[in-house]
Design a protein around this ligand. Structure first.
Ligand code: FES
Length: 162
């Protein structure tokens, strides 16, 4: 894992809904908006496909913070996906707290395809928050292996649209 100012750089996994937030991230990139590069994007068809298993797995694999970003309430392409996500988020936060993962490491945001600036701000703000929290207590040291990030990408590949 790269070091920044002598400290380990935090690593964030972002589950982004294909229809809104992934397009918002794309817009941020095309608009050349600056945001921290330590985010691994996983494109999913809908935030409703993210289960507590995926979030816990990300932390188990050495991730320091998990962001879920999807369509605004009422805009989900699958009607109820983000309602389910909203409900699950509350439960997942409690489960994470139970395994000593602070709520500052887990965030849910609604970002539309036209909100590139919001996406950049969300990533900046969340990265700062996770940096304050420091490395995850579940880090075991093996996440320093550069190949780990590829393993993480591969672990979540089944969620990505083909
Ligand atoms: Fe975007 Fe469901 S399609 S949250």
């Amino acid at each position: 894992m790269p070091e920044v100012n002598g400290k380990d750089e935090v690593k964030i996994l972002a589950f982004l809904c294909n229809w809104c937030s992934y397009a918002g991230a794309d817009l941020a990139g095309v608009s050349r908006l600056q945001y921290p590069p330590n985010v691994l994007d996983i494109r999913v068809m809908c935030t409703g496909t993210i289960s507590p298993y995926h979030v816990i797995k990300a932390f188990q694999m050495g991730i320091d913070g998990v962001l879920i970003a999807g369509c605004h309430i009422g805009d989900c392409h699958y009607i109820k996906g983000n309602y389910m996500t909203y409900k699950r988020f509350q439960v997942m936060r409690d489960v994470l707290e139970f395994i000593c993962i602070d709520e500052d490491r887990f965030r849910l945001e609604w970002v539309s395809a036209s909100e590139g600036e919001k996406f950049a701000d969300v990533v900046k703000g969340f990265t700062e928050q996770v940096e304050k929290a420091g490395p995850s207590p579940l880090r075991s040291g093996w996440e320093k292996d550069p190949a780990q990030w590829e393993r993480i990408r591969n672990a979540f590949k089944p969620l990505e649209p083909v």
